[in-house]
Write a protein that binds this ligand. Structure first.
Ligand code: SF4
Ligand code: SF4
Length: 315
């Protein structure tokens, strides 16, 4: 196994620093641009005396350029369970969001939009740098129980209780509107992930991530280990993946006849496995692409028992 401090070093040496971080850079740009849009919109309205806001609202519910409503389906569901009758824009916004995440993978929200991801990624990076290996094991299914709780609470109380404590909403408010207490929550998550449980918040507890995971069960965009025969077992992908359990079936499942698509909806499509792989094993693909097996140099169907494991994109 690669020394934890040197994860990704081989990829940097082989591909160069930028290529070995390209999806990480794009994700950070995406997360920061979304926050920046919310922050500069009121300034633009004031300074330029414009009528139309670039983006109005927050991550729960927003309106872009007065024409594009976007609504978080988890929050709308809680509101409906609390007895709120949804506005037409909210329903249109939810349909748009659901269609988008059905296409690209529900947990793309986690890796490309959610600001908390920057905190948990930092904790994971610090863990590797400091060589922390220990921690409490919390079942990954706990987040689905947390999700159930967020839906039961509005039914019982008649209000969206979870949104008072939701770190995603709190951190967003903290950054965009400067709400002080949010930073206590953010620091708490950082320390929890660093000292108590690796990927403890996002991977084990967050009901928002659980909701988007369920939403993306049949998403089209998937990471594919389409060159898995090139894997040299350095384990770097497992070290950086926030949901490492999703990699093994696709990367090591050839003997069992499993295909190379990382089909678990818990994969966040973050692309870090693509970045850190010096052997270029992973790429973005689709769940519908037909990957033919080449056994002993002869092309055969996907159901054939693979003897040598080379996969070609046959779509
Ligand atoms: S699991 Fe929750 S906190 Fe973590 S990135 Fe996803 S939505 Fe954000
Ligand atoms: S498998 Fe790759 S894309 Fe999916 S969560 Fe892990 S590192 Fe990210």
């Amino acid at each position: 196994m690669t020394d934890s401090v040197k994860v990704g070093a081989e990829a940097i040496a082989t591909k160069g620093w930028v290529k070995a971080h390209q999806w990480l850079i794009l994700r950070r740009l995406s997360q920061l641009s979304i926050l920046a849009l919310f922050m500069i919109s009121p300034l633009l309205v004031d300074r330029l005396e414009r009528e139309t806001w670039l983006v109005k609202g927050n991550l729960a519910s927003s309106m872009t350029l007065d024409v594009l409503p976007l609504t978080d389906p988890h929050i709308l569901l809680q509101a409906i369970l609390a007895g709120v009758e949804p506005h037409q824009d909210a329903i249109i916004g939810v349909v748009i969001v659901i269609l988008f995440y059905l296409l690209v993978g529900g947990r793309v929200y986690c890796s490309w939009v959610c600001p908390v991801n920057m905190v948990t990624d930092t904790a994971d990076w610090l863990r590797r740098k400091l060589g922390f290996k220990s921690g409490t094991t919390i079942s990954r299914s706990t987040r689905y129980w947390m999700l159930a709780l967020t839906l039961i609470l509005p039914l019982v109380t008649g209000s969206i209780v979870w949104e008072l404590f939701n770190p995603v909403s709190m951190m967003f408010r903290g950054i965009v509107f400067g709400v002080g207490m949010a930073w206590v929550m953010v620091l708490g998550i950082l320390l929890f992930d660093l000292l108590i449980a690796r990927d403890g918040w996002c991977g084990r507890l967050c009901p928002v991530g659980a909701f988007y995971s369920l939403l993306g069960k049949k998403s089209v965009l998937q990471v594919v280990a389409d060159k898995r025969e090139q894997c040299d077992d350095c384990m770097d992908c497992f070290m950086v993946c926030p949901e490492a359990q999703v990699i093994n079936p696709a990367l090591k499942g050839a003997e069992k006849g499993l295909g190379p698509v990382i089909s678990s909806s818990e994969c966040t499509n973050c692309g870090r496995c693509i970045d850190v792989c010096a052997e270029d094993v992973f790429h973005f693909g689709t769940r519908f692409t037909h990957y033919k097996v080449i056994a002993n140099g002869k092309e055969s169907g996907p159901d054939a028992t693979p003897k040598a494991h080379h996969f070609t994109d046959a779509a």
